[in-house]
Design a protein around this ligand. Structure first.
Ligand SMILES: *Cc1c(COP(=O)(O)O)cnc(C)c1O
Length: 350
């Protein structure tokens, strides 16, 4: 089976399993796991932040960071389709007690959008406390933020006294795509969350990075949210291995995503969005995503449906039938060629 549903489906490599099996561990709730400490220090340094905290998932990383940066009743500004708003079970409202304001049309937005959306703290308004940026942006097809635009947004929100949070679940992909360091892409952000279990291929784990006093606050929230783990060094070792050995190879995934898109370029019944990283979005001209998913699976290729946010298509279709295919560590060029062939056949027959 060629599984393109997500880059989360990767399984740890033999070398990663070995690193995990050999990990030195302690009780991380007591702050005594040397491997977790090493991972936190390594990721903090990579992102150019003072401190970092290992958490079980990307959802917890975002939600703990956003809760730490806000008070109940505050507002968080986000782009269209933001993961922390669309795919985290309503946690921003349920746990952090925040309302959100969605700005822009393509997942990114401008400094002018931020200034227009900002509401100051007064007796009547929700105070706009945080701008949350997603880079790369998952729901919009793994797109990478323009760096000049990013710098303008972070400067504008700082000028208004806001906190800048980066959902950098796939910052590794953005760095490779732009030939920049993660540190450069995290510059201007007060807090950053990153995933180890997406393209990097670790079985679980995310990291929040930021100022030391902020990370201390996150530490207490992590325990409150049930994310305190004991001999977590077993997992952290997988994460460390991923950070050291799997970042540069993401270029291969990006090339394979391009090959997949090119393989579908002449196909009937599809419109392919040019991939910027490891995610390929394929719009069906006929039929439904459910049909395409079922028929592709019968031929050994697993793909997923992606709901299209009407805000990104003003005046058009709320019912675009969009498929997401994600390339990753466990998919090579031959698998990608086969997948292109299967998807083309399926779409043509819909
Ligand atoms: C996957 C993802 C997350 C959350 O990660 P989980 O580990 O699945 O909770 C957060 N943000 C983005 C952009 C993601 O793609």
């Amino acid at each position: 089976m060629i599984d393109l549903r997500s880059d989360t489906v990767t399984r740890p490599t033999q070398a990663m399993r070995k690193a995990m099996a050999d990990a030195e561990v302690g009780d991380d709730v007591y702050g005594e796991d040397p491997t977790v400490i090493r991972l936190q220090e390594r990721v903090a340094a990579l992102l150019g932040k003072e401190a970092a905290l290992f958490v079980p998932s990307g959802t917890m990383a975002n939600q703990v960071a956003l809760a730490a940066a806000t008070r109940h009743g505050d507002e968080v500004i986000i782009g269209v389709g933001a993961h922390c708003w669309r795919y985290e079970s309503g946690a921003l409202a349920a746990l952090a007690g925040c309302q959100t304001q969605v700005i822009g049309t393509d997942g990114t937005f401008t400094a002018a959008d931020v200034r227009a959306a900002y509401k100051p703290e007064d007796p009547y308004g929700a105070a706009t406390r945080v701008v949350a940026v997603e880079n790369t942006h998952n729901a919009m097809g793994g797109i990478v933020w323009d760096r000049a635009r990013l710098a303008e947004v972070t400067a504008a929100s700082h000028a208004l006294g806001m906190w800048n949070h980066l959902d950098g679940a796939r910052i590794w992909n953005a760095a490779v795509a732009q030939g920049a360091s993660e540190r450069e892409l995290a510059d201007g952000f007060d807090s950053v969350s990153v995933c180890l279990s997406k393209g990097l291929g670790a079985p679980a784990g995310s990291v929040i990075a930021g100022p030391r006093d902020f990370i201390k606050k996150c530490h207490r929230l992590r325990k409150m949210y049930g994310g305190g783990m004991r001999q977590a060094g077993i997992l952290a070792a997988g994460g460390l291995h991923a950070v050291e050995h799997h970042r540069a190879r993401l270029a291969e995934d990006h090339a394979n995503a391009k090959a997949l898109a090119e393989g579908l370029a002449g196909a009937r019944g599809v419109r392919v969005l040019a991939p910027q990283t490891n995610i390929v979005m394929i719009d069906l001209e006929r039929g439904t995503t459910a049909q395409a998913i079922e028929r592709a699976k019968a031929q050994g290729v697993m793909i997923g449906a992606m709901r299209v946010d009407a805000r990104s298509h003003p005046g058009e279709l709320a019912n675009t039938q969009r498929i997401r295919a994600v390339v990753h560590l466990d998919v090579d060029r031959a698998a990608v060629s086969r997948a292109a062939q299967v998807i083309a056949e399926v779409a043509a027959a819909l």
